[in-house]
Ligand binder design. Structure first.
Ligand code: 13P
Length: 249
């Protein structure tokens, strides 16, 4: 009932030329992929090139961040309208690297989620605990606070369009994946909390796992009931490994 989503976050990698050569290799590899939504999140500078090249392929394009204001004197920022104009349909919001290095808070994440939804784009809303928080036994408290903070004042009518991405910070770029059981525990907790927020409508919310996802571990992660897809970093930079993840079935 929930169509799986495999999203690739390029982070601060790839020029437009490198994006073009990635797509030349990647698109033929996934042309026959069925029953999965594929999303690519290039850096801002490559969004329009990627959107142009994926047209007709079913692959969707996401940004990695966005500003919540409609427009204004915000040097260095990019608005939702600009993203739509460039061809993006999704926005990654609240990635732990943005929370860690750019002082994103649950409040700014919430403003971004609300603006993006109001504009008809889809937020890919990220949350997850640090190693310290996990070791202190605070994982569930931390993700609950992030979840409710990020989704504050979003109704059951529009909320379920959000894609949630659980990315334990200790598993990002470390090669240390959460076990499928560790991930499932948090995903089922998040689904239960979403139910509190939005009732039955929360059944349709896709919850992705992110953190060292690779072709070797995608199958066991996707076998879990509440894992509806993946947000991939390092392993999405090469066409063949990302295509293998997309075609995990
Ligand atoms: P890695 O797959 O490199 O661990 O990165 C995950 C991530 O942060 C995706 O947004």
């Amino acid at each position: 009932m929930r169509v799986p989503v495999i999203a690739g976050n390029w982070k601060m990698y790839k020029t437009t030329e490198e994006a073009v050569s990635f797509l030349r290799a990647f698109l033929p590899l996934v042309a026959d992929a069925k029953g999965v939504e594929i999303i690519l999140a290039p850096p801002f500078t490559a969004i329009s090139t990627v959107a142009e090249l994926v047209r007709g392929s079913g692959v969707r394009v996401s940004s990695q961040n966005v500003h919540f204001a409609e427009e204004g004197a915000y040097t260095g920022e990019v608005s939702i309208r600009m993203l739509r104009d460039a061809g993006a349909s999704h926005c990654i919001i609240g990635h732990s690297e943005r929370r860690q290095y750019y002082a994103e808070t649950d409040d700014s994440v919430n403003r971004k989620n609300r603006s993006v939804l109001a504009a008809g784009l889809t937020p890919i809303f990220c949350l997850g605990e640090t190693l310290e928080q996990r070791e202190a036994g605070n994982t569930f408290d931390v993700v609950e606070t992030q979840l409710f903070g990020g989704l504050k004042d979003i109704s059951a009518a529009e909320g379920p369009k959000v894609i949630v991405a659980y990315e334990p910070v200790w598993a990002i770029g470390t090669g240390k994946t959460a076990t499928p059981e560790q991930a499932q525990d948090v995903h089922s907790f998040l689904r239960n909390r979403l139910k509190k927020l939005w009732g039955e409508a929360s059944d349709s919310v896709r919850i992705l796992y992110g953190g060292s996802v690779k072709p070797e571990n995608i199958v066991s992660l996707m076998a879990k009931e509440d894992i509806d897809g993946a947000l991939v970093g390092g392993a999405c930079l090469a066409a063949d490994s990302f295509a293998k993840i997309v075609k995990y079935k």
